[in-house]
Design a protein around this ligand. Sequence first.
Ligand SMILES: NC(=O)c1ccc[n+]([C@@H]2O[C@H](COP(=O)([O-])OP(=O)(O)OC[C@H]3O[C@@H](n4cnc5c(N)ncnc54)[C@H](OP(=O)(O)O)[C@@H]3O)[C@@H](O)[C@H]2O)c1
Length: 204
Amino acid sequence: AADAMEEVEIEIPALEGRDILVRIKATATNPVDFKILTGWGNPEAKVENSPEIVGFDGAGIVEAVGPDATKFKKGDRVYYSGVLNKRGTFSELAVVDERLVGTPPKKLSWAEASSVPLTALTAYEGIVEQLQLTPPTTDEERKANSEKVFLVTPGAGGVGSFVIQMAKHVFGFTVVATASRPETTKYCKEKGADHVISHYEKLK
Ligand SMILES: NC(=O)c1ccc[n+]([C@@H]2O[C@H](COP(=O)([O-])OP(=O)(O)OC[C@H]3O[C@@H](n4cnc5c(N)ncnc54)[C@H](OP(=O)(O)O)[C@@H]3O)[C@@H](O)[C@H]2O)c1
C-alpha cells in the first residue's frame, strides 16, 4: 500500500568499478519487494540499507558510468534486475553493475520493458538451472520434447507467462498451463500453451 512507503531524498551514490547510474523511467513490483518491505515476514528484521529503497526491476537511460564500465555509455536505453545488497529502482536514479544490464527491445514501452527482467530471469533459472534442461539442437531432440508434457502453474502470472514461452518456443514441449479466468486462459494460449486447465477444478 502507498502508506507503507515515504518519499526521501538521499545523496547520489559514488560509482565504483563497473557500476552504472540509470535514470529510471519505469519499475515493476515483484513479491520480493513486499518481502523486503516487511523484513521477509519479520517486521523486527534489521534493514541493512536504511532508508531501504525497494524495486528489483528497472528500465531507463544511462546517466553516468563508473571508472571500469565498458558496456554502456551515457544516453543508452537499458533494463535490468538488481541485487539485494544495492538500493532498488523505486527511485529517480539507481546504481547497478553493468554486467546485470541489457538493452530492451525497441518495440517495448518503458513499462513493458521494466516488467521483463526478474520474471524472465526467474523462468530461466527454473528451467535451466533448477530443472537442468538444455534446449534441443536437432529435429529428433525437438520431436522427442514435443512428446513430453510440461506443466506451468500458474500460466498467466509474471513468471508463468515466460515459462510458457520458453518451454514451448525454445524447448518445443507440449505445454499445459493453468488459468482460471477467460482472459488468463486466452493469454496462456497466446503465449504458446497447447492446453489450458483451471487450477480451481479437479485435474482429470
Ligand atoms: N515475479 C517474480 O519476478 C518472481 C521472482 C522469483 C520468484 N517468484 C515466485 O514465483 C511465483 C509466481 O510469482 P508471479 O509474480 O509470477 O505471480 P503473479 O504474476 O502474481 O501470478 C498471478 C497468477 O496467479 C494465478 N493464481 C491465483 N491463484 C492461484 C491458485 N490458487 N493456484 C494457481 N495459480 C493461481 C492467477 O491465475 P488466474 O487469474 O488465471 O486464476 C494469476 O494469473 C510466486 O511464488 C513468487 O513468489 C516470482
